[in-house]
Ligand binder design. Sequence first.
Ligand code: NDP
Length: 449
Amino acid sequence: MMKSAYLAGVYAEVERRNPGEKEFLQAVREVLESLEAVCEKHPEYEANGVLERMVEPERFIQFRVSWVDDAGKVQVNRGFRVQFNSAIGPYKGGLRLHPSVNASVIKFLGFEQVFKNSLTGLPMGGGKGGSDFDPKGKSDGEIMRFCQSFMTELSKHIGQFTDVPAGDIGVGAREIGYMYGQYKRLRNEFTGVLTGKGLKWGGSLARTEATGFGLCYFTQEALQCMRGESFAGKTVVISGSGNVAIYACQKAAELGGKVVAMSDSNGFVHDPEGIDLALVKQIKEVRRARISEYVKTRTGASYTEGCAGIWGIPCDIALPCATQNEIDGEAAKLLVKNGCKVVCEGANMPSTPEAIETYLANGVLYGPAKATNAGGVAVSGLEMSQNSLRLAWTFEEVDGRLKEIMKNIFHNAYNASKECGVEGNLMVGANAAGFMKVADAMVAQGVAY
Ligand code: NDP
């Protein structure tokens, strides 16, 4: 519950203006509830109406995306881009292609992105976009035609100094390629308008690995500083088997952890001997097939239909890397009961408010998404820097910067938690630290942004 009348009033107005948008309301509520101490200390935020402005996107674009499928039939999807906040830099945030995409999902992701980007220390504002297009089962030609149509409209609203989208669920190197090609054709310019580009045409080394690696760098630093421990010898469960999950699995294993389970949207595999990541990559990245195929090769592993059961596998560390609200209160209780001590989020908002309450009440080291998965957008920021410099850094250089950024994010969140009087509550710390930089910039820039 919000004690501050100011924050409660802001939230009531958000509820009134955005009825039924449950993901967006959930994300806003969590942030506002974390900002009581900050707003008490800084009356200038209320005086300048900072929170009222922050919960309202600067711009929200919705558009029709029509394209022709392989059978010659016209298909229509809905496209979105939310340009949430540009106080500290051009809008920046991924594009998601998934049937569950709607205004609420895009706004929750865009809102979170504002704080996450601020935490990286790089000059990036927050945005997000996508479509309810389902890439599953589509041919390469269909993906290309959809991406071209999507970019034809999106290109009117983005630019290297305005808004720089990237990948997210359903948008990887292939989709970024088709979108970039279309932007270039329309504009006749070769600029860094998208990140996650191919290495031969402006992409950055380590971008593919960045979110998963960054999640593990954060987790390792938090374990070391808050518990005097590390990944070494720990059992790890990771949901998802996409970009974030795969590279989280690789880094967790490199740091000495044993990853025993991964999943996709149909079910999960449990491999007590440790996940064979090369096999997962072959199935998910090369063949674009289902994770259930894993057990055909690894006969000691088991496959279970349905995603939620993965949280019943005993582990020391859980890294949810699939999607929003994938751990509910019951799943969180099960994790705790089976001895899980650490939950760090690779996906955006994977834990429901009840799950977070359970972690905090049971002393679980909880790393919230906006801090823990900021590695992806951080390296996207580094890709923008390299594009501006017309230079390409080595893998080691980018990975080294990523590691430093993730360590700094942990320490900033941890220190802010102390300043807010809730030492070790990294959710409050991350929200407060991410918020203040953007809030100060908004105050300095005056009311009409
Ligand atoms: P991918 O599309 O590469 O992979 C997503 C994975 O999650 C797949 O295994 C997918 O299964 C599974 N999944 C997707 N939707 C659901 C669902 N509704 N229920 C269960 N499983 C599901 O996406 P990413 O790895 O890029 O993204 C994963 C999460 O990480 C998202 O929350 C994203 O916003 C977040 N994130 C990503 C960043 C990035 O750099 N890519 C940066 C920061 C956050 P299936 O194969 O069956 O579809």
